[in-house]
Ligand binder design. Structure first.
Ligand code: UDP
Length: 235
């Protein structure tokens, strides 16, 4: 495999599958099996899952209540998703651990880069929950931060689209996909790949990013294997 240690970011929304809310068991099984196929190649895998299938801070703010409180609710939503993924990985016989940015004894240990690396080196899939532990951040930023902290070779952002286009491919039939891009180009072209905090973290810390479509079988494996799927963004 091209990459030895990766950070996979999956959105919470995608866990809902066809449902508009919550955890779709089929999607959970699917993500766990995709992770398994890469794990079996002795790749060290860190995972960050979003919480949008359960709650987003802005959702609360739009309904008139405190943004900070809503953000904590969103972070807790990522813990629920992380525990669900861990349970599914366990049924597949994969060792995994959930490390949380907010202390939730006795469910998870507190996240730290040292602890995460220790578990990775001991063949655990390391799921990093509760975002950054701070409101006003996103799980994309968490993915970037954790990728840097665990010294991952690459941040893999699994999405619904198969890469980065010059314009919205769902609206324009002549949209062109980029195979590779620099962070500078992406910024200058105003391409929305991740929020700017996440984007800047990757750029300033020389963390390559691959945006790829996660819902096609074996795509995660192919991306880790260095096959040309999705869009690779580098410094
Ligand atoms: N969140 C936060 N700080 C973080 C990460 C997440 O406050 O460091 C909150 C925020 O409210 C966000 C929610 O958790 O809306 C769920 O995360 P996100 O929207 O990124 O999930 P996704 O869109 O990937 O499902």
């Amino acid at each position: 495999m091209k990459y030895k240690r990766v950070l996979l970011k999956i959105s919470g929304e995608s866990l809902a599958g066809e449902q508009s809310y919550g955890i779709n068991k089929q999607m959970l099984d699917y993500y766990a099996s995709e992770i398994k196929s890469v794990y079996e190649q002795n790749v060290e895998i860190g995972v960050v899952i979003g919480g949008g299938n359960i709650f987003r801070g802005l959702q609360g703010a739009n309904k008139g209540f405190n943004r900070t409180q809503g953000d904590y609710m969103g972070m807790l939503a990522t813990v629920i998703n992380s525990l669900a993924l861990q349970a599914q990985l366990e049924t597949l016989g994969i060792k995994s651990v959930v490390l949380s940015a907010l202390p939730i004894d006795p469910l998870c240990e507190k996240v730290s880069s040292r602890r995460a690396i220790h578990y990775l080196e001991n063949n655990h899939v390391v799921i990093m929950a509760a975002g950054t532990g701070s409101p006003f951040f996103t799980t994309d930023s968490t993915g970037a931060l954790r990728a840097i902290e665990i010294k991952a070779d690459v941040l893999l952002k699994g999405t619904r689209v198969d890469g980065v286009y010059d314009k919205d491919p769902e609206k324009y039939t002549d949209a062109v996909k980029f195979d590779t891009l620099s962070f500078e180009d992406a910024y200058e072209k105003g391409l929305h790949i991740m929020d700017l905090t996440a984007f800047t973290l990757c750029k300033e810390n020389n963390m390559p990013l691959i945006v790829f479509e996660m819902n096609t079988k074996n795509n995660f494996y192919k991306a880790v294997n260095g096959e040309n799927i999705g869009t690779t963004v580098t410094v």
